[in-house]
Design a binder for this molecule. Sequence first.
Ligand code: G16
Length: 544
Amino acid sequence: MEIKTIASRPFPDQRPGTSGLRKKVTVFQKPHYLENFVQATFNALGGVDKKQIAIGGDGRFFNQQALQTIIRMAAANGIKKIMVGLSGILSTPAASCVIRKYRLDGAFILSASHNPGGPRGDFGIKFNTANGGPAPEKVTEKIYKESLALKSYRTIDNPDINLDEIAVFTIGDLQLEVFDPVKDYADLMAEIFDFDLIGSLLRNPDFSFRFDAMHAVTGPYAEEIFVNRLGAAADSLLNCTPKPDFGGGHPDPNLKYAAELVALMFADKAPAFGAASDGDGDRNMILGDNFFVNPSDSVAVIAANAHLIKGYKNGLKGLARSMPTSCALDAVAKELKIECFETPTGWKFFGNLLDAGRLSICGEESFGTSSDHVREKDGLWAVLCWLNLLAVKKLSVNNIVNEHWRKFGRNFYSRHDYEEVDSKIANTIAADLRDRLATLAGRKFGALEVSRADDFSYRDPIDNSLSENQGLRLIFSDNSRIILRLSGTGTKGATLRLYFEKIEKDPAKMNLDPQTALAPLIKLAEELTDIRKLTGRLEPTVIT
Ligand code: G16
């Protein structure tokens, strides 16, 4: 096996964002672009000689080509063993599961998550470390630094490997195993959940449910778990064959992009339960019959009822949410008398707390929920949590959520996204508000009085690292919040996110439409930022 050293030049734009490096496919197709990032990652890890990793992705366009490239580079860089998901398919939570199960040194996950695919869509790559979680900031910054200094990368000449059959190959000193991650992941779910209980619900002719894999990675996992192991009818599942362009759709499980499922669930005689997951299987959306469960409420309901789930019946160590996520989870932590951590946006910030045993369940407003069973958010895990609760409580989704609100109060919540905004304009909007923060504390806007205005920063309680500039917060005297941040996952222009939260304790006011309940905050944010005028948009691109 002849190792070739290919001369290259740094690309200036390889700093990983909230979750790995995401760019247009056409950017990744530039000569040396992917190779540079992979070599920079290997270098940042201090070399990968004799290491063992997994690779796979969400099946999007360019996945197959990228896998073969990484396999060649892995062989040239001295990796001892690579486990590749069958057909190159590996969901993000399953990658985390297999890293931990087989004690690997990490995994490359090829995905741009919920972003659209196809030749003109997006591609992405991220590295997860030996704990199964996304590389922490200190590692991603090191990768970025290495990428800026890169002069060459190492590879070999080798024909493409057939990844469509379970098999073991040898390439020089590298052992390559094509394996079935679906089985490993489904086995883990069977350890956490009572499959007999959930199976009897799914086989009950009076219960109906739909799961939409959105033509993305969870299709094979959903078929194995819901149909093969739990006995659900095959037609409960929608769009379960992963497609390189996700059927032309946007594999983002929200009210806008999961339109097919939403139409079914908001029709007359809708199924009792509906759920969807995203491109790489880490996000989830939960729906009841004509009812949407806000992700911030979903994690709070799961945490409050976790004692009803086999894997958590002995209690929870702690809870955590990202800063913009509603404080519904904090109320549950208070009731359970356990810690609740507030971290910056990005699953990587939960890693240390999970590893230190301080945290059992965590979630984000961005449709991410999970627990300490892996180190990633986990879409199917969240769906199984809800099915478990429905089976035990024998209530509708709507009733479970309403029961929760009556006990804990309702945190009205909404996120308004302005996508593909000119980066300069987006940065100016954020910078202007940041500059005025100091003057806002103590000011009154009608009934709203600002009690605190800051740029969120986080000191990790485990390794003491500091992450600054994580989102502009206006917190009001009644604990309502307005938050403004720039997304770290977009690939075109900039995405501005405005988050709104208001806590309601009066049961008579709990069934308002969130946009109505939040209207004064939405209006104030517009006044303070001029966002619609400056972006030239009449309304946000997506409201969740
Ligand atoms: C990623 C991260 C999440 C984050 C989300 C949104 O999710 O893993 O932790 O909440 O992006 O981030 P931003 O607001 O910066 O766009 P995914 O599902 O895209 O990998």
